[in-house]
Write a protein that binds this ligand. Structure first.
Ligand code: ZN
Length: 200
């Protein structure tokens, strides 16, 4: 399988999968002139988080944003790359839902707990700071969590935090209030191959 996906120089091949083209040829032709996705998915860059495969999506269904830790800075500390995706999805594409999806064994959340050296990984350290309030929330309740339970609680709380950050964008809050947009959270449990819905 590994070899099938490599080119003659041994690099990961940049060619369409023939099975994908066979399955979706007519759909891809329909979509060639435009898209109308119903949702924006915000997930982690982790290679094991594969929303199209996990949720059985066809091309054109969900707009995608993936970054380290499925993080959305709040409006007050807006980051132009992320803010552009939100504006495009909500104001231009007018998606019906924004889904924030965390996952178990998340290296970003582990980095938040263990600390990332600002001197060695300056961007990563500053980026993870956006999620730090989730760690504070989890640790505010003294508990006898095991390491795994603490990680799971942090992953879940980070999803809640990013959903609250989304609501700090005025046009998102307006769309939610008007009933045009729903915000949803979930956690992909890699070990159990299950998706848990995150409630408020
Ligand atoms: Zn992750």
């Amino acid at each position: 399988m590994e070899n099938e996906n490599r080119d003659t120089a041994g690099h990961p091949a940049l060619r369409p999968d023939p099975r994908f083209l066979r399955q979706y040829r007519s759909r891809l032709q329909e979509l060639a002139g435009g898209q109308a996705p119903v949702a924006l998915f915000i997930g982690c860059s982790d290679s094991r988080v594969t929303p199209e495969m996990l949720f059985g999506l066809d091309p054109g269904q969900w707009f995608m944003l993936r970054n380290v830790g499925n993080i959305v800075p709040p409006y007050a500390q807006t980051e132009i790359g992320i803010a552009s995706v939100l504006e495009y999805a909500v104001q231009i594409l007018q998606v019906e839902q924004i889904i924030v999806c965390g996952h178990t064994d998340c290296g970003a959340m582990q980095g938040l707990v263990q600390g990332v050296a600002l001197s060695r990984h300056p961007a990563l350290a500053r980026w993870l700071d956006v999620a730090r309030p989730a760690l504070a929330t989890v640790d505010a309740h003294p508990s006898d969590f095991s390491g795994d339970e603490h990680h799971h609680a942090l992953v879940t709380e980070n999803v809640r935090l990013q959903l609250s950050h989304l609501e700090s964008y005025p046009y998102i809050r307006q769309a939610v209030t008007a009933g045009r947009l729903a915000l949803r959270g979930c956690v992909y449990n890699l070990g159990e191959q299950a998706v848990e819905i995150v409630t408020g």
